[in-house]
Design a protein around this ligand. Structure first.
Ligand code: BTN
Length: 268
């Protein structure tokens, strides 16, 4: 019998969002396979609102590189945001970095210390993963692209939790800040940072956000290995360029790595 949770308090969520509340249309499901999949398969009409879908439980949460996003009852905050770009806005290539930055800002404001970013978009605390982002573009021919931005934030992991593909291990908000705020308040805190961040990204691209991202680069100037589909690259991590690509100083010069099926790890 699955553990039951009280229904989310959407009025408290709207109150926490304050003047931003009318910008959003927020649904909160008890269960679904994956909030990203639901928005991709049944995208709501573009009515000018930012559609957000949260789920108390995901049966088949997805992560980057075909990994699972593992869930334990009450263990994480999981939601997706559907963002319609205005025509001729920035290409979505650096979008996931901008989302990571919004998450870091929200967590810092909540009092979480030492939050850093691992390219392209893992949120780490002292090398352990606290949150992940999965950006997927809506398929089809559209005048302007639309992206489903999925966010999973660890709230309370079981002591023996093993997160696949996470060399530095995982952490959760309970460990990093003590008892976290109610999930409605957490979601409001993240959306409050995400909305202006996406608007800036859409208007000006990642270039304007790059300095802020570089300051939070967990691997800045450290030796890294990038495992790609066809080759592995070793060098010193220089961070992200104006387009959000990863720069690595290798023996053969600076290599520019575009977001894709690559994983970045620290070399000891
Ligand atoms: C990663 O770290 O690899 C990305 C994890 C993204 C998980 C979130 S949880 C909400 C949304 N729905 C999913 O199926 N995945 C994302």
């Amino acid at each position: 019998m699955p553990e039951s949770f009280p229904a989310p308090d959407l009025a408290a969520l709207a109150q926490a969002l304050g003047p931003l509340a009318p910008a959003f249309d927020i649904r909160w499901l008890e269960d679904c396979d994956s909030t990203n999949s639901v928005l991709l398969e049944m995208p709501p009409e573009d009515d000018g609102k930012v559609h957000v879908l949260a789920a108390t439980r995901q049966a088949a949460g997805r992560g980057r590189r075909g990994r699972q996003w593992l869930a334990w009852p009450g263990g994480s905050l999981t939601f997706s945001v559907l963002w319609h770009f205005v025509p001729a806005s920035s290409a979505p290539a650096g979008l996931s970095l901008a989302v990571g930055l919004a998450l870091v800002r929200a967590l810092e404001k909540l009092g979480v210390a030492a939050v850093a970013l691992k390219w392209p978009n893992d949120v780490l605390v002292h090398g352990a993963k606290l949150a992940g982002v999965l950006v997927e573009l809506l398929p089809g021919r559209r005048a302007a692209p639309a992206a489903v931005i999925g966010i999973g934030l660890n709230l309370r992991l079981p002591a023996n939790a093993i997160i696949p593909g996470q060399a530095g291990g995982a952490t959760d908000l309970v460990r990093e800040m003590g008892e976290p705020p109610a999930r409605e308040h957490l979601l409001a805190a993240i959306l409050t940072e995400l909305h202006p961040m996406l608007a800036t990204y859409e208007r000006a691209g990642f270039g304007l956000l790059r300095n802020a991202w570089q300051k939070r680069n967990a691997f800045a100037n450290l030796p890294v290995q990038v495992n790609g589909e066809s080759a592995n690259i070793a060098g010193i991590c220089l961070g992200a360029d104006e387009d959000g690509a990863l720069l690595v100083h290798t023996a053969a010069g600076v290599r520019r790595i575009l977001a894709g099926e690559v994983s970045l790890r620290l070399v000891s």
